[in-house]
Design a protein around this ligand. Sequence first.
Ligand code: ADP
Length: 249
Amino acid sequence: RRPGATLLEVSGVSVTFDGFRAINNLSISIGEPELRAIIGPNGAGKTTFMDIVTGKTRPDEGRVLWGEKSLNLLKMSESEIARAGIGRKFQKPTVFEAQTVRANLAMALKAPRSPFDVLFFRPGPDVAARISELAAEIGLAGELDRLSGELSHGQKQWLEIGMLLAQDPRLLLVDEPAAGMTPAEREHTTDLLKRAAEKHAVVVVEHDMEFVRRLECRVTVLHEGSVLAEGSLDHVTRDQRVIDVYLGR
Ligand code: ADP
């Protein structure tokens, strides 16, 4: 599947922390829909890239443009950026463990008015239908009445992805989704992300090459805050510079 029109355009961005250039003239553009993997050794700038896109870190130079109107994300607050349709999944799941899967999804859909409302919450037909749809999408249709705290690590991660999808983001940034998962959970995660990327732009930051291979998507290799190579995984792993960086030469 080829990426659609450009959704996110990062160009010539640099970030300096105490005189150290963590991001150096970085340019990346993401289409909609698209599935993209961002890989690179520790310290390559992957986390800082996500921090820039979500407004948590402000670059010293460069442009970050969003959507068909080319909105300047650098002028928007973190919450404005989130409302514009950028969702981020951190490595550690942050589901409400004392609540059921259904209540977690309902909260993500903002159906109950407050966390206290959840106690007495009965979803209306529209919300119930959307909850079922999301649960099926993330493979938790049979777990709706379970407490989230009882789910496996993998299931919690899927629930959190479901909670982000509930907010219907245009771009989903996912940090190392396969970390700590069993092989079966990894496979499910691959399917889930591929499916999500049929409708949304999904950017996955990942260390695990085997996982990236299964995503069958365009790969961007970061090194020292810049793009070292971009293309299919086969293409970038044949690149001598990428091999050298990974072997630490
Ligand atoms: P990655 O996620 O690819 O491992 P990071 O984006 O976390 O890389 O970090 C890129 C570089 O910037 C690293 O050398 C890191 O030590 C440095 N760095 C990141 N955040 C800060 C910060 N707040 N202050 C100083 N240095 C930082």
